[in-house]
Design a protein around this ligand. Structure first.
Ligand code: HEC
Ligand code: HEC
Length: 370
């Protein structure tokens, strides 16, 4: 264990200036700070962010800068929303709302995604990576500026205004200097440092991970759920627990699971223009699944039981329904999962929660409300 490092306010003068009061409280949404003030609290030495599951070294100063940017509301047009507003640590960096609220309370079109085990630019040779529900981004580095620019999320139409805006805040010069050797603020550095921070967030200490590393931590019901998941119901034929598969293309990672006969959201087809891709979405990473309700790209299911009931009885005959979810007659399969089996599957899915990741201070919001 690392020693506890003293918390300090970057410097006395800096701390005073770091406190910002929200003048236009009407603009604020979510956890509004209407009358409050936010203070940036950082450890004297950056946390140790190494140990990315992909064996890629993580630069601690870049990750520390990326963490501050991730939680800084100044990255939105009216200082109301940060990445952390829709990506909450306690929820594996997903959101518990069906659709999340951006600046001016605008609603996103899809359910927020957990952020964990994300491949940075050096992972899998940087090729074949699919990000977002529809895979419209293939590079984590390029993705970072998109939410800032997005007209629903953070609303900054002209990204070129961001560096000058951040330069007015007292804490960035020192943080950029530590990470890059000089205090210049550029969008490239913003992307790279947030990427570094995100890449350091690894879900790999769940009960299932530990069981797979040889510890005997899963009980009989959980193990039974695992055999149902792996073999009887073939869930693992899609949901492998390996990031190379759920973020890498591997040819097969967009699938229609028959939520609707005619998909409301075209999903992958909106990107490829191919009608055969209608209603296909990226196969989600099930790490921390117990924390990321509601479920599916549109947040339609509130509980894991409802998700399993979908597979059990409610798969629809969509044109692009995946063959793994069809019966011998070529129609939507009915798995007829029994009550005991459902309970075991849910118990198994709950073994995927990494409690260390969601409570680790190095991933937490460094802005404290005073
Ligand atoms: C207003 C809510 C909101 C804000 C603010 C927001 N996001 Fe997201 N994020 C989402 C939603 C919704 C999705 C899924 C979008 C989709 O697939 O169409 C998403 C998806 C992502 C993904 C893709 C994850 C994956 O597995 O493919 C990443 C990475 C991400 N966001 C990072 C960020 C970063 C970094 C910021 C801040 C610069 C940010 N987000 C700000 C709502 C938000
Ligand atoms: C043919 C591939 C495939 C099979 C087989 C499959 N799934 Fe899925 N699963 C998906 C896709 C794709 C999604 C996302 C669909 C969407 O949002 O439109 C999904 C979504 C989920 C979700 C919600 C994830 C989230 O983040 O919202 C859970 C939980 C889940 N599946 C569990 C299971 C279980 C349990 C089984 C076995 C009974 C199973 N899946 C079988 C492809 C599959």
């Amino acid at each position: 264990m690392r020693k506890v490092t003293p918390i300090f306010f970057l410097s006395a003068a800096l701390a005073a200036a770091t406190i910002y009061s929200c003048k236009k409280s009407g603009d604020h949404v979510g956890q509004a700070l209407s009358q409050g003030t936010e203070v940036l609290e950082m450890p004297a030495m950056p946390y140790d962010y190494s140990g990315s599951g992909f064996g890629i070294p993580v630069d601690n100063n870049k990750a520390a800068l990326g963490r501050v940017l991730f939680y800084d509301r100044h990255l939105s047009i009216n200082n109301s929303v940060s990445c952390g507003t829709c990506h909450k640590q306690a929820l594996a960096f997903a959101d518990d709302a069906t659709f999340s609220r951006g600046f001016e309370n605008r609603l996103t079109g899809r359910n927020s995604m957990p952020l964990q085990n994300l491949p940075g630019p050096n992972v899998f040779g940087g090729v074949g990576i699919s990000l977002f529900w529809d895979g419209r981004s293939s590079s984590l580095n390029d993705l970072i500026l998109r939410p800032i620019n997005n007209h629903v999320e953070m609303g900054v139409a002209d990204l070129n205004t961001i560096p000058a805006k951040l330069a007015e805040l007292p804490y960035y010069r020192e943080l950029f200097s530590a990470a890059y050797g000089d205090g210049n603020i550029t969008n490239e550095r913003i992307s790279e440092s947030v990427t570094t921070f995100l890449q350091s967030i690894q879900a790999n200490r769940s009960k299932l991970d530990r069981q797979q590393q040889g510890e005997k931590v899963m009980n009989a019901q959980e193990l039974y759920g695992m055999t149902l998941f792996d073999s009887k119901y073939n869930c693992r034929s899609c949901h492998t627990l390996t990031p190379a598969v759920y973020y890498g293309t591997m040819g097969q990672n967009f699938v229609n699971i028959g939520l609707e006969t005619t998909p409301t959201d075209k999903g992958r087809a909106a990107i490829t223009g191919n009608p055969a891709d209608e209603g296909k979405f990226r196969i989600p990473n099930l790490h921390n699944i117990a924390l990321t309700a509601p479920y599916m790209h549109d947040g339609r299911f509130t509980t894991l039981e409802e998700v399993i009931e979908h597979y059990s009885h409610n798969i629809k005959n969509a044109a692009s329904l995946d063959s793994r979810l069809k019966g011998p007659d070529g129609k939507a399969m009915k798995m007829n999962i029994t009550t005991d089996e459902k309970a075991a599957l849910v118990a198994f899915l709950k073994t995927l929660t990494d409690y260390e990741m969601i409570t680790d201070p190095k991933f937490s919001n460094p802005f404290k409300i005073k």
